[in-house]
Design a protein around this ligand. Structure first.
Ligand SMILES: [Zn+2]
Length: 284
């Protein structure tokens, strides 16, 4: 048996959003980047958005796993906030491979089209904050890869907060790195999970993850101090069901937006639930 792996989580700063909501400025959700490492090798799961956030992450990796070879960056899903930092990391580790499923790579190609990259990402984070041009991941041919002889399993879980999402399962230490399938005390994004059918698919993804009986689950967006327990999965499920109920009892997006903030006053980033409320009432 190879020596046990270990894992550490880096939580990014909250990048200020250039577009005001309700006449107020806000900041993006913190992003989790998980480093799984053995005796000699490491894999990073997901990156932050900006060059400066990713340079901070690089320093943290060098401190956390000194002398180890960062072999892969695994990207859980196509949203740019989980992979725009790839090129910055590859400057520090030129042999590093960024890998993702075929579905994620297809989604990445959509994210760099001008209507999304310039229309959304550069509007939120203007100037040279996001490394450009964005560097995409390469397609992983099989849903499994290794570091130091330990297998890491890619699990496709379908639509969660967007389409074609995955989680990374590390059976030897019973760890799930959940991407945006699981949230940790941050408002969940329903901008794309905008129908009951899609939200049911998200609930099924949570069942799939729970069935793997993990001991730790890393949420893709989390409060830095939140413990990475199974309760995050239960709370993500509860929040989806609360949103589903609130959609039924609200007469417009504003009521829905307010109700979710009333139910979850402590969650970070109301901007995320605003997008979901607007998507639930597309005609208003
Ligand atoms: Zn995200």
């Amino acid at each position: 048996m190879p020596p046990l792996l270990q894992a550490d989580v880096y939580i990014s700063s909250r990048l200020p959003i250039a577009v005001q909501r309700d006449g107020e400025s806000s900041s993006f959700s913190p992003i989790s980047c998980t480093l799984i490492h053995g005796e000699y090798e490491a894999v990073l799961v997901d990156t932050p958005i900006s060059t400066s956030q990713t340079e901070d992450l690089v320093s943290w990796i060098k401190e956390t796993a000194p002398g180890k070879v960062l072999r892969y960056i695994y990207i859980t899903h196509g949203h740019g906030d989980h992979w725009f930092g790839i090129s910055v990391l590859r400057k520090h580790w030129p042999n590093l491979r960024a890998i993702a499923t075929r579905g994620t790579v297809e989604h990445m190609k959509e994210q760099v089209k001008p209507e999304i990259f310039e229309g959304i990402w550069l509007t939120l984070f203007p100037g040279n904050q996001i490394p450009q041009p964005p560097e995409l991941a390469e397609t992983l041919e099989a849903p499994i890869f290794e570091i130091d002889g330990n297998a890491l399993h890619v699990i496709e879980v379908g639509h969660t907060d967007t389409y074609n999402t995955t989680v990374l399962h590390v059976p030897s230490i019973r760890l799930i790195v959940a991407g945006d399938a699981v949230y940790g005390d941050v408002h969940q994004y329903f901008g794309e999970a905008n129908t009951t059918e899609k939200r049911k698919e998200w609930l099924r993804a949570l069942d799939t993850i729970e069935a793997l009986e993990p001991h730790a689950i890393i949420a893709g967006h989390k409060r830095a101090g939140t413990v990475d327990g199974l309760f995050n999965l239960h709370k993500t499920r509860e929040y989806i069901l609360a949103f589903e109920e609130a959609v039924k009892t609200s007469s417009d997006w504003k009521e829905l937006y307010q109700e979710m903030q009333r139910l979850y006053p402590g969650r970070i980033n109301p901007h995320a639930i605003l997008r979901g409320a607007l998507a639930a009432f597309p005609d208003s």
